[in-house]
Design a protein around this ligand. Structure first.
Ligand code: NAD
Ligand code: MG
Length: 384
């Protein structure tokens, strides 16, 4: 049995991970569940999967959680400190990180320090501290199995290949709900419109990021670190059907692609099973029924976030950390209807220009960059 710790079990990736585990009870068992919100769902998940321990972010729900699980042999912890030190309470074979944003950073680093493999959905962690994480993984011989569908596709394309034969990594993007819009048509986009993704059902933050193409930008930086590749070799192509999940072009002109129905359970399962295949009941893609696959160039003028991410990725150092921190704050402000749609990219660009650049930051400097950028971005929002 493979023991799985799921960080962020009540979210979109977390709940789909539990579905994969329920379908494969002879292979996986749940060791730990954590959540920040939705205590009712966490209680139900705990009753069903009987993990060794659970951690909930919000202490105000302490009474109700303890009471609901009083007849179970489940250890219960609360707060951010407990999440950061979750490995004090459990002993998993693999940790699936499905937290949102930078909150995944310290738990991820602590997992690697203990030499435990990761199934990584929480791309922001790699964006913030990719170099440090890569160095630690090498030292501790830890594998990261990507859950992000594009990176799972690339991982699959690279099986049996040598890294020095890669000519390009081609990340596909659905283009999001505003694919055909011009910049001036985005001025009055509402929260509801931005949350309406054409192909994927996901958490709110990544759905907004998908609409602005920041998600693709974060994925470019994620790919740079996961596959240790120069950012100049990463291309983005818009593929609205989301059937080709990404491709690798090799130096002899061959292109390998990974295809399938848009269903996150496939990359989740592949990552949990450490890059091995497992028979399942998922819908298979039918080439005859759905016989059109199209491709377009992304418009960097309309989707300035993608350009900012490429620039920050090229610059390296603490620039991706600034990009991420500022983005987390503006997305939250947009979701709370404090700023308009296009304010988001303007504020991120300003943060990248104003926050001090550090070429080779250590972890403390990245954490400091994150704090300073969040404060700067919030001030900017309050002055609008
Ligand atoms: P979500 O909002 O649906 O779920 C997030 C989970 O993390 C929840 O359990 C929530 O309680 C917890 N959480 C949120 N903020 C937290 C905090 N500050 N501290 C501790 N726990 C916190 O998000 P999601 O869509 O499942 O995405 C999770 C991660 O996976 C993100 O990094 C996202 O970019 C990535 N990802 C998601 C998808 C998808 O299809 N949803 C696809 C690829 C990658
Ligand atoms: Mg993705």
């Amino acid at each position: 049995m493979k023991k799985v710790a799921i960080l962020g079990s009540t979210g979109s990736i977390g709940t789909q991970t539990l579905e994969v585990i329920s379908d494969n009870k002879n292979i996986f068992e749940v060791e730990l569940l954590t959540a920040f919100s939705n205590h009712t769902l966490l209680i139900n998940q705990a009753l069903l999967h009987k993990p060794k321990a659970i951690i909930f972010g919000d202490r105000s729900k302490e009474k109700v959680i303890l009471n609901s699980l009083k007849n179970e042999e489940i250890e219960i912890y609360f707060g951010e400190e407990s999440l950061n030190n979750f490995l004090n309470y459990c002993n998993p074979d693999i940790v699936l990180t499905a937290l949102v944003g930078k909150s995944g950073l310290i738990p991820t680093i602590n997992t690697i320090k203990k030499g435990i493999d990761l199934a990584l959905a929480n791309k922001e962690t790699l964006v913030v501290a990719g170099s440090i994480i890569n160095k630690l993984c090498k030292e501790k011989k830890v594998n990261i199995y990507p859950v992000d569908s594009e990176h799972s596709a690339i991982f699959q394309c690279l099986v049996g290949e040598s890294r020095d034969t890669i000519d390009k990594i081609i990340l596909t993007a659905s283009g999001g709900p505003f694919r055909n819009k011009k910049l001036n048509e985005l001025k009055n986009i509402s929260k509801k419109e931005a949350l309406n993704h054409p192909n994927w059902e996901m958490g709110e933050k990544i759905t907004i990021d998908s609409s602005t193409l920041m998600n693709k930008g974060l994925e470019v930086i994620e790919a740079k670190f996961l596959f240790d590749i120069d950012i100049q070799k990463i291309k983005v192509v818009v593929h609205p059907q989301s059937i080709i999940h990404s491709m690798v072009e090799f130096n002899d002109g061959s292109i390998k692609a990974q295809l399938g129905e848009p269903d996150m359970k496939l990359p989740i399962q592949y990552a949990l099973f450490s890059g091995k295949r497992l028979k399942n009941k998922f819908t298979h893609y039918d080439f005859i029924k759905n016989n059109t696959l199209t491709f377009e160039e992304p418009c960097l003028k309309t989707f300035n976030n993608l350009k900012l991410a490429f620039d920050a990725g090229k610059l390296g150092g603490n620039a991706p950390c600034i990009l991420n921190a500022s983005n987390e704050i503006v997305v939250d402000a947009f979701l709370n209807e404090k700023i308009r749609y296009l304010d988001m990219t303007k504020i991120i660009e300003d943060s990248l220009n104003k926050i001090s650049y550090i070429a080779s930051p250590n972890l403390d400097q990245l954490i400091e960059t994150d704090i300073v950028t969040r404060k700067y971005t919030l001030d900017k929002i309050n002055k609008l």
